[in-house]
Design a protein around this ligand. Sequence first.
Ligand code: LIP
Length: 265
Amino acid sequence: MTDLKAELLEVALEAAARAGAFLRDGRPADLGVAATKTSAVDVVTEMDIASEKLITDFLAERRPDDGVLGEEGASSEGTSGVQWVIDPIDGTVNYLYGRPDWSVSIAARKDGETLIGVVAAPMRGETYRAVLGEGAHVNDRPTHARVAPPFAQALVGTGFGYLETRRAHQADVVRELVPRVRDIRRGGSAAIDLCDVALGRLDAYYERGLNPWDYAAGDLIAREAGALTGGRPGEPVSPELTIAAPPGLFEPLQNWLEELGAWHD
Ligand code: LIP
C-alpha cells in the first residue's frame, strides 16, 4: 500500500468513526426535518449538517490542501489533487425514523480514480473499507462478493428516488423484476447496499438517481470484493444508473435493466 493510500485510509477511518459515534450516541429523541431538497420527502436533519461539519473540520486539520465534495454543501477544490467525497448520513430517512440502516460514507479520489473508500454502519457495529488494488474488508476481515447464482435465485437490492415521476417508472421496472428473481430488498442506504454486495448479503444492487457521495466509497468496496460495477453497457456507475453484482449476474442484470429503460425516468 502506498504511503498516500495508507494515510488517506487512516484519515477516512478516523473521520467515519468520529462521525458515526456522534450520530449513534447523539441522535436527539425529538429529531425532526431541518430542511427539504428536491421534494417534500427529500429531507435533511440537523445531524446531517453537523456530521458533515465534523468530518470536514477533521479533514481540514489532517489534510488541509485536499478538495472536498459533500452532500450537504461542502465544496472546495483544494490544491493537492486529492478530493474527498462525503455522505455524512447515507440513509437519512432511516436515521430520521430511528431505523438502523444508515451509514457514513467517505471516499478519497485522485486523478479521477477512487483510491480508498470507507463506509461506517454504526448500528451494525461494522465498518467496510477498501483500498484500490488491495481488496475489501469488513472491520478487519477480508470480504468477497457471492458467486453469481442463476438469475432467478438472485437477491437484488434497489432503491427509489424522491420525485413522483421517477418513482413511478422505478416501480414499473421493479414490477418486472420481482417475478424473475429470488426477491428484492430496499434497504434505504445505497452505500450499505453496495457494501452488502461486497459482503455477499445481496447478490446484486441497482439504482437510478444516486449522487457521487452515495456511491463513491461503496462502488470501490464492491469492486475490491470481486463484484463488477457500472451503469448502462460500457458506462461507469453514475447518477444515470448504478449496478453492482458478481460476474455472471452483472451482465444479464445490466442487459435486462437496459431493455427496461431503468436508466431513464
Ligand atoms: C439515499 C440513498 C438511497 C436512495 C435514497 C437516497 P441519502 O441517500 O442512499 O439508496 O434510495 O433515495 O438517495 O439521501 O439518504 O443520503
